[in-house]
Design a protein around this ligand. Structure first.
Ligand SMILES: CCCCCCCCCC/C=C\CC(=O)SCCNC(=O)CCNC(=O)[C@H](O)C(C)(C)COP(=O)(O)OP(=O)(O)OC[C@H]1O[C@@H](n2cnc3c(N)ncnc32)[C@H](O)[C@@H]1OP(=O)(O)O
Length: 280
C-alpha cells in the first residue's frame, strides 16, 4: 500500500513559523494514505498530549493542510496507548503572563474554528483518556470511535475553572442540553461505555486498529457524495454555533483571561497541579 508520511512543515513552514516558536513539527505527524485519500493525524506529545501553544499551532497547520490538499478524510488519534489528550496545558494557565494567555486562548479559538468548521470529513479515534480540551478536540470531529476502558469528559468543575462557551456549545450539540448540563456542572468523566450510552461517542471498540477501521468506514461512506455539497452542508449545519461564537469571541476571551487570572482560579489550578504531582 502506498503511504506517504508528510512532514507537514515542508508545505506549511510559513504558517507554522508565523504561529509558533516551537521547533517545527515536533508534536504530531500527518500520514496520507494515497490510495484512499484519508490522512491520519497522530498526536505525539508525550506524556499526555497536553495542548501547549506550539501543539495548538501544529494542529492548526494540520487542519489547514487537510483543507488545502482536499483530503478525503482526516482521522485524529494518539500515538500514546493510554492518553488521547489531557486537554489544555495546565502550565499555560497557571500564573500566566497576560499577553501570552490572551494569545494562547485566541490560538485555541482559531484552531477550534478551523477544525469545527472545516469541510474535510473528520473522525476521532479516541485511544486513551480524553479530558477537557481533549474532549473538545474529539467533539469537534464529526464521528467518534473510542477504545474501551478509558475516560472522556470535561472536568473543568473539578479543576476549578469555568467551562467556556466553546466547550459548552460542542458538548450540547452532541449530547443535548440536559445531559450536557448534568455532566458539565460536576465535571463528569464518562467511561467509554457510558460515553456510548449518552451519545458522546458513536462506537466503542477493543483497540486502536479496530477504531481506525471503523473511522475509515465512516469516511468511506462519503465516496459517492459530492465533496463540495457535503462540505457546504456541514458548514450550514454548524453555522449557528460558529456564528454565535465568532460574534462574541473577543468578549469571551477577555472575560476568560480575567477569570483565569483571578486569585481563586489560580489557587484551584495550583491545587490541581499539586494533586497530579502527588498521585505518584
Ligand atoms: C471562547 C474562549 C475560548 C477559549 C477557551 C478557553 C478555556 C479556558 C478554560 C480552560 C479550562 C479547561 C480546559 C482544559 O483542558 S484544562 C486541562 C484539564 N485536564 C486535566 O485536568 C487532565 C489532568 N490529567 C490527568 O487526569 C491525567 O494526567 C491523565 C490524562 C488521565 C493521564 O494519567 P497518567 O497517569 O497516564 O499520567 P499522569 O502521571 O497523571 O501525568 C503525566 C505527566 O503529565 C502531566 N500532565 C497531565 N495532564 C496535564 C495537563 N493537562 N497539562 C500539563 N501537564 C499535564 C502530569 O502532571 C505529569 O507530569 P510529571 O510527570 O509529574 O511532570
Amino acid at each position: 500500500m502506498a503511504f506517504r508520511t508528510k512532514n507537514l512543515f515542508e508545505k506549511t513552514t510559513k504558517l507554522v513559523r508565523s504561529y509558533s516558536s516551537d521547533k517545527i513539527y515536533t508534536h504530531m505527524s500527518l500520514t496520507l494514505n494515497e490510495q484512499t485519500g484519508i490522512a491520519t493525524l497522530e498526536l505525539a506529545k508525550p506524556p499526555v498530549n497536553s495542548m501547549s501553544f506550539g501543539f495548538l499551532s501544529q494542529l492548526a497547520a494540520a487542519v489547514q493542510q487537510s483543507e488545502a490538499d482536499k483530503y478525503k478524510g482526516l482521522i485524529i488519534t494518539s500515538r500514546s496507548s493510554g492518553v488521547f489528550s489531557a486537554g489544555l496545558d495546565l502550565k499555560e494557565l497557571h500564573h500566566p503572563d497576560s499577553d501570552r494567555i490572551l494569545n494562547y486562548l485566541r490560538r485555541l479559538q482559531d484552531v477550534w474554528f478551523q477544525l469545527y468548521d472545516c469541510s474535510t470529513p473528520t473522525a476521532a479515534v479516541i485511544n486513551g483518556h480524553s479530558i477537557a480540551g481533549g474532549c473538545l478536540l474529539a467533539l469537534s470531529c464529526e464521528y467518534r470511535v473510542m477504545v474501551n476502558s478509558f475516560k472522556i469528559g470535561m472536568n473543568e468543575a473539578l479543576v476549578g475553572v469555568p467551562v467556556s462557551p466553546m466547550f459548552i456549545a460542542c458538548m450540547q450539540s452532541v449530547i443535548g442540553q440536559w445531559e450536557a448540563e448534568k455532566a458539565l456542572l460536576v465535571g463528569r468523566l464518562f467511561t467509554s461505555e457510558e460515553a456510548l450510552g449518552v451519545g458522546l461517542v458513536d462506537e466503542v471498540v477493543g483497540g486502536k486498529s479496530e477504531g481506525v477501521c471503523k473511522a475509515e468506514g465512516y469516511l468511506a461512506g462519503f465516496r459517492e457524495v459530492s465533496a463540495r455539497a457535503r462540505g457546504l452542508s456541514k458548514r450550514y449545519l454548524r453555522q449557528e454555533v460558529v456564528r454565535d461564537l465568532v460574534r462574541r469571541r473577543e468578549e469571551d476571551v477577555k472575560k476568560l483571561v480575567e477569570i483565569i487570572s483571578s486569585r481563586g482560579v489560580q489557587d484551584s489550578l495550583g491545587e490541581h497541579l499539586e494533586r497530579m504531582k502527588n498521585k505518584k
